[in-house]
Write a protein that binds this ligand. Structure first.
Ligand code: ADP
Length: 185
């Protein structure tokens, strides 16, 4: 019953690794970025609320993200375990998550940080813009996302200091998957 928090800067490969592990373990991957993109596409009330943040690479306000993730983690399918990808991204989100996990009696097993230097990230995100057509992978938006990461998300590495496992996210996708699985084995 794996319960994993996957962290790392934008473009570090969280989504890719999260999908692989989610398929293999048959547990949901819970990714606010994906939830928001789907809501924006459908034009829901939530989608309208988060669009300007998501499109510009700024973080969606904590209370909005926290509510979305809380209700998602309360769904019955999370009993099998889960992979959180892209949450928490701020200290306030991490505190809210700690409280929620106590409440639903689902402590996390591990916090994994995919470590990738900025220059790799920029190249990967630009490649993804071409590949996946994501509107938030343009140069200006990438800069905003890295800025947000450094200002608001990087401090989480201190929040989780004694729990976080650093994994080098620069090798090939399968090598990174192996490194994660080796650590969790
Ligand atoms: P990436 O990891 O490549 O930056 P995501 O798909 O995880 O992309 O996130 C896309 C966008 O969704 C972010 O730029 C942000 O606007 C919003 N978002 C995702 N997760 C969070 C979060 N935990 N808190 C606030 N905003 C978020």
């Amino acid at each position: 019953m794996p319960r994993i928090i996957l962290m790392g800067p934008p473009g570090a490969g969280k989504g890719t690794q999260g999908e692989i592990l989610s398929d293999e373990w048959q547990v949901p991957r819970i990714a606010p970025g994906d939830i928001f993109r789907a809501e924006i596409k459908e034009g829901t009330e939530l989608g309208v609320k988060v669009k300007s943040f998501s499109d510009s690479g700024r973080l969606v306000p904590d209370e909005v993200v926290i509510e979305v993730i809380e209700s998602r983690l309360r769904q019955p399918d999370t009993q099998a375990g889960w992979i959180l990808d892209g949450f928490p991204r701020t200290v306030a989100q991490a505190e809210a998550l700690d409280n929620l996990l106590v409440e639903i009696n689902q402590p996390y097993d591990s916090v994994i940080n995919l470590d990738v230097p900025d220059q790799f990230l920029i190249d990967r995100l630009k490649a993804r813009a071409i590949d996946q057509g994501r509107v938030d992978d343009t140069e200006e938006v990438i800069t905003n996302r890295l800025e947000e990461y450094n200002a608001k998300t990087r401090p989480l590495l201190d929040f989780y200091a004694d729990k976080v496992k650093q994994i080098d996210g620069t090798p090939s996708m399968p090598e990174v998957t192996e490194a994660i699985k080796d650590f969790l084995a």
